[in-house]
Structures are given as C-alpha cells and as structure tokens.
Design a protein around this ligand. Structure first.
Ligand SMILES: [Zn+2]
Ligand SMILES: [Zn+2]
Length: 155
C-alpha cells in the first residue's frame, strides 16, 4: 500500500503532491517488479554493467521524494537498484557511498542504486524522504518548512 502526501509551504504557497511507497509491489524482488535492462532507458553505465553481469536485475524499490543536489528542486520518482544473485562469484564490492533503500531479498543482494538526474538542470537526484520519514522537508523556493498532510492511499 502506497501513501499520498501533500507537502505545502504556508509562506510562499509551494506545493508538491507525492505518491510514496510501493503500491502493490513489495520491496522484495518478484517478477512484478523485476526488470531486465532494456532500451537504453537507464543509460550507458547500466548497459555496460548488464553486459558483464547478464543475470543481474534492476528492481524498483518504491517511490520517494528526491532532491536535486544542484538546484534544490523536489520531485517524486521511483527508485531503482541493481541486484545480483547472492552466489555470483564475480560480484564486486558495493561502492562505499551507496545508499540502499531496499529491503533484503533472500536470493539477491543489492549492488548499486540507479542514479537519477533532474530533467530540468541535469543535477543528480538524491532520495530525501520516504513514506516513513519524519524529518520535515525544506521549501525549495523560500527555505521555509513544508507541512506534510496525508492525502490518501494508492493501490
Ligand atoms: Zn536541479
Ligand atoms: Zn516556501
């Protein structure tokens, strides 16, 4: 079950509607949320990775509020990560800075989060808020604090 929140700034009127969580998809890897890499959607380094690791999978891990590290703009998007089978002998160590937002899977382990870029400025997007987060978000316009209001559920 995913949760919908409205984030609102009482100072400048900024609003963001965010559909957070996973809907019908649990965080574990199932056929429903398993994607083989396809069609260039995820970029060249992901393509190269799957050329080397054909049994790797790309899995969605639910939706989060992301913040652009360049311009501070907030947006809502689905997070993806690359997983490899636990018995993969070629599994390289995960990069130390990697943040995993994914629950554990019995057969796979996470290798790397897919890095998103904000379409308007090209800046890197960092996940900053999920459905359980209690830390308030900062307004990207006036730097006030955003109010978080429950607005419903999805799936
Ligand atoms: Zn930006
Ligand atoms: Zn504001």
């Amino acid at each position: 079950m995913g949760v919908i929140y409205e984030f609102k700034c009482s100072r400048c009127g900024y609003e963001l509607e965010a559909w957070l969580g996973s809907g019908m998809l649990s965080g574990t890897i199932t056929n429903a949320n398993k994607h083989k890499y396809s069609k260039g959607k995820f970029g060249e380094d992901i393509r190269a990775f799957f050329d080397e690791h054909p049994d790797g999978i790309l899995s969605s891990g639910g939706s989060y509020v992301f913040k652009c590290v360049e311009c501070g703009e907030l947006s809502c998007a689905t997070e993806y990560a690359i997983f490899l089978p636990k018995d993969d002998k070629t599994l390289p160590p995960a990069p130390p800075h990697t943040i995993f937002l994914f629950p554990q899977c019995p057969n796979h382990r996470p290798y790397k989060n897919f890095v998103r870029h904000y379409e308007k400025c090209g800046g890197k997007l960092a996940p900053v808020h999920d459905e359980w987060s209690e830390t308030p978000l900062e307004c990207p316009r006036c730097h006030g604090t955003l109010w978080k209001e429950f607005a419903g559920v999805w799936d």
